[in-house]
Design a protein around this ligand. Structure first.
Ligand code: NAD
Length: 497
């Protein structure tokens, strides 16, 4: 066969028959483990659960039912002050523990998470709205993995920074978001503790439960009082944590707007700062990609955790020649996703974390329709109560559309097209953010080229949303700075002398 004919035969795809028939129905398969929740949670300060000074509480709501799960203490600036006092008092003691001794506590915390894995998974699902299969198979095991990984580093820090002596910062103030409450806690606490810092941590106001359950594990593990302190509350409490004069380092994950505010507030204070902020990741599919595999990666990239993922592949860039084939497959796949009760083991997409987030997603989707993109939503039935949103595909998206530029943080995919490699790079980088990206292609050389050309902290090739404690994650541009995970993540929790 002449070379040209061979090439065109290779390029021609055999389109599989796409089945648009009836979907299978499943019997209910609810998870039955007891999350062992209390009706009211105090603050965790100085190794004890303590009542807060002002005596005010707020409710943590189950987003799948809109019913309250527990009352959470609203920490005041005075409470935050008490937490810093406890963390400061023990800081020199913890810093001088032999690394192997600190590691021993981290191993204990990891094992305790494993011991109570089902309980934590159910609590995380109830509080956050994520499907049980995700909290059970991802959040909790990955949180334990972060403690195991960093336990291993605790007595080997000298090898992580050859030629330098790593010294802890002292007390670290940490503020985390609601999308992966326990995992973000593990990302923040494990490296800080391994490096010899003590911590004041604030979980997000809509998802404090697993942090408070983790406080029980800290007590069970016997950590010296004050090494870990957990204060609950909203933005005001978060501001008190980051602005406290005793915080030597601040680590924040959340919105770019709050991140910018924190950057201004900490400027000139000498505090070391790391920020993990917003994103609008490009997931790029070239014509030579294995399309069925790519479609699975696209679905995982945007619908995992209802799209409440810092790395979500929310902008799909498809090479023009395969746009139709990808869209057809995607629509078929999205129809099969089961949206509903997060407690059910067969659920793929659970509840949106809060009413406010649902309103934000709804508003942005409306803007996509008004700006002229073509919307597709499967005909699934949403539960009568709770905050749910159908998986949504937008095709014909222009770079100027809000859904292509703004962080929807929900199960909404914007699909754009490109013709050449250079155009793909230009469009992918045409964003204020730069946290992650995905590339789907058969060519290794193209993967290498893309991985250096894309301005994103993580670039996945022929896969998406793969996480490992040994692999650092962090942003470029308005996605923030600093890294979490791996040796690079440790570097943000020590001063080198
Ligand atoms: P947010 O930034 O408002 O809240 C994140 C955390 O910061 C929460 O614990 C909150 O209580 C705290 N906070 C709020 N104001 C603060 C202040 N002035 N000082 C210190 N802490 C403060 O984010 P959100 O409302 O939870 O979500 C809004 C957007 O943030 C989302 O739509 C998404 O774009 C982004 N987000 C990003 C991530 C991520 O992993 N990068 C995670 C969750 C949300």
């Amino acid at each position: 066969m002449p070379v040209a004919a061979k090439k065109s035969a290779r390029r021609r795809r055999v389109e599989p028959e796409l089945i648009f028939g009836d979907l299978w129905t499943f019997d209910p398969a609810p998870e039955s483990a007891d999350p062992k929740l209390q009706t009211r949670y105090k603050l965790f300060i100085g190794g004890k659960l303590v009542s807060h000074k002002r005596g005010r509480y707020f409710e943590s709501i189950n987003p799948a039912t809109e019913k309250p799960l527990a009352e959470i203490a609203l920490a005041s600036a005075q409470d935050v002050d008490a937490a810093y006092a406890a963390a400061s008092a023990v800081a020199p003691v913890w810093a001088n523990f032999p690394g192997a001794e600190r590691g021993k506590y981290l191993y204990r915390l990891a094992r305790l998470l494993q011991d109570r894995a089902r309980e934590f998974a159910v609590a995380e699902m109830l509080d956050g709205g994520k499907p049980i299969k995700e909290s059970r198979d991802f959040d909790v095991p990955m949180a334990a993995a972060h403690f195991f990984y960093h336990a291993g580093w605790a007595d080997k820090l000298a090898y992580a920074f050859p030629g330098a002596t790593p010294v802890p910062h002292g007390v670290v103030g940490q503020v985390i978001p609601w999308n992966f409450p326990l995992l973000m806690l593990a990302w923040k606490l494990a490296p800080a503790l391994a490096c010899g810092n003590t911590v004041v941590l604030k979980p997000a106001e809509t998802t404090s439960l697993t942090a408070m359950k983790f406080a029980e594990s800290v007590m069970e593990a016997g950590l010296p009082a004050g090494v870990v302190n957990i204060v609950t509350g909203a933005g005001e409490t978060g501001a008190a944590v980051v602005n406290h004069p005793r915080a030597s380092k601040v680590a924040f994950t959340g919105s770019t707007a709050v991140g910018q505010h924190i950057m201004r507030a900490t400027a000139g204070t000498g505090k070391k700062l790391t920020l993990e902020l917003g994103r609008k990741a490009a997931n790029i599919v070239f014509e030579d990609a294995p399309l069925d595999q790519a479609v699975e990666g696209i679905v995982n990239g945007i619908f995992f955790n209802q799209g409440h993922v810092c790395c979500a592949g929310s902008r799909l860039l498809v090479q023009e020649g395969v746009e139709e084939a990808v869209l057809k497959r995607l629509k078929n796949r999205v129809r099969m996703l089961r949206v509903g009760d997060p407690m059910d083991k067969n659920t793929d997409i659970g509840a949106i974390n809060s009413k406010a987030q649902l309103a934000k997603i709804t508003e942005l989707v409306q803007s996509g329709v008004e700006e002229g993109a073509e919307v597709y939503q499967p005909e699934c039935e949403l539960p009568k109560s709770g905050w749910f949103f159908k998986p949504t595909l937008f095709s014909g998206v222009e770079q100027s559309h809000r859904i292509a530029r703004e962080d929807v943080f929900g199960p909404v995919l914007s699909i754009l097209t490109f013709r050449t490699v250079d155009e793909a790079i230009e469009k992918a980088n045409n964003t204020a953010y730069g946290l992650s990206a995905g590339v789907w292609t058969d060519k290794g050389s193209r993967i290498l080229k893309m991985s250096t050309a894309l301005k994103a902290g993580v670039v996945w090739a022929n896969t998406y949303n793969k996480f490992n404690p040994a692999s650092p994650l962090g942003g470029y541009k308005e996605s923030g700075f600093g890294r979490e995970g791996g040796k690079q993540g440790l570097g943000d929790y020590v001063k080198l002398t």
